[in-house]
Design a protein around this ligand. Structure first.
Ligand SMILES: Cc1ncc(C[n+]2csc(CCOP(=O)(O)OP(=O)(O)O)c2C)c(N)n1
Ligand SMILES: [Mg+2]
Length: 356
């Protein structure tokens, strides 16, 4: 590939025919998204555990923030759990994840240690960035998690860059770049779309449409609120997905990942989801009604959906599910104990791990 770069001055991979990148009909993609393949008992239980882990971790983070033990920003992912867990169920080990500042769920879904994540939130030595990064700045090359980015939209071009490296190495790895409905209006997103399709990069652009960008509702900020067609001008296929239903997420994720991994280039998934908490811990969320939030919680909660299916199929009893919850709470409590007793970084650490 390096030779191709030098010879032609172009990085267009020759192995992909032009027609292969053509967008599939949206109706066909949507119809397919409506018939998600069923989960096995093990898969349903896995989804339940993973989502509940994120929920309990985030609830505890909210408590610690309220107690003044977490400083700076803290953006919770509660309500959106099915998106990242469903995508991880569709991905292969080694596939990469990059996201914005609402990132704790992504880290846990990538398999990063809850203790290390929580201790980073509290700024302790055992934190994943040695207590010097905080909520928005954690990384794990080992778990293929590339941050944690506070600049809205930055992860989209960085994600395309990860995919460029994957394409260059021809290693079959797919990059998944998550960003919000607000970020989707950022200029660099479209430069990234153009290059990603031009070079057929293996990247999935996952737009987590949770209906708000800080306090601004989607309809007040976006001229086109169907985010799945944001790639049409670049020939990037896309689909809208019920992001509250983990079955639909995994199914669409599989289609998108298969497309990218087979050399056909990028794919857009608009995950229609909802955040129950404010934008960050300091947001009183006065721009929406309590009824709106309650309705989503009561009727569409992604964890409750799985719970009901487990019970209806008699794949688990109330007792079994309580036990799982207890196990998860124990892990989260242990993480919180560590995060509140581990010492802060030594002052000598102030000038290490920084660009000089
Ligand atoms: C370049 C840039 N502009 C503005 C901000 C301030 N800001 C932080 S979050 C945010 C809203 C983004 O909303 P969305 O992309 O929908 O993600 P969500 O918070 O809903 O997950 C804004 C404007 C920023 N961090 N970076
Ligand atoms: Mg949003």
């Amino acid at each position: 590939m390096a030779a191709a770069l030098q010879d032609t001055g172009s990085v267009t991979p020759k192995r992909v025919a032009k027609s292969e990148g053509k967008a599939p009909s949206k109706t066909r993609a949507k119809a397919a998204a409506n018939t998600p393949t069923a989960f096995s008992r093990e898969e349903e239980l896995h989804a339940y555990r993973e989502m509940l882990m994120i929920r309990r971790f985030e609830e505890k983070s909210g408590q610690l923030y309220g107690m003044g033990l977490i400083g700076g920003f803290c953006h919770l992912y509660i309500g959106q759990e099915a998106v990242v867990v469903g995508m991880q169920m569709a991905a292969l080990p080694g596939d990469q994840v990059i996201t914005g500042y609402r990132d704790h769920g992504h880290m846990l879904a990538c398999g990063m240690d809850p203790k290390g994540v929580m201790a980073e939130l509290t700024g302790r030595r055992g934190g994943l960035s040695k207590g010097k990064g905080g909520s928005m700045h954690m990384f794990s090359k080992e778990k293929n998690f590339y941050g944690g980015h506070g600049i809205v939209g930055a992860q989209v071009s960085l994600g395309a860059g990860l995919a460029f490296a994957n394409w260059y190495r021809q290693d079959g790895t797919v990059a998944m770049a998550y960003f919000g409905d607000g970020a989707a209006n950022q200029g660099q997103v479209y430069e990234s779309f153009n290059m990603a399709e031009l070079w057929k990069l293996p990247v999935i652009f996952i737009i987590e449409n949770n209906r708000y960008a800080m306090g601004t509702a989607v309809s007040r900020a976006s001229a086109q609120t169907d985010f799945s067609i944001r790639g049409v001008a670049f020939n990037i296929p896309g689909e809208q997905v019920d992001g509250m239903d983990i079955h639909a997420v995994r199914e669409a994720g599989r289609r998108a990942i298969q497309h990218a991994r087979s050399g056909k280039g990028p794919y857009i998934l608009e995950m229609q989801t909802y955040r129950y908490r404010g934008h960050s811990m300091s947001d009183p969320a006065k721009y929406r009604s309590k009824d709106e939030v309650d309705k989503m919680r009561n009727e569409r909660d992604p964890i409750e959906n799985v719970r009901e299916r487990l019970l209806a199929n008699k794949w688990a009893s109330e007792e079994d599910l309580k036990k799982i919850d207890g196990e998860i709470r124990a892990i989260v409590n242990e993480a919180a104990d560590f995060a509140t007793t581990d010492p802060e970084p030594d002052p000598s650490e102030l000038f290490t791990d920084i660009l000089k």
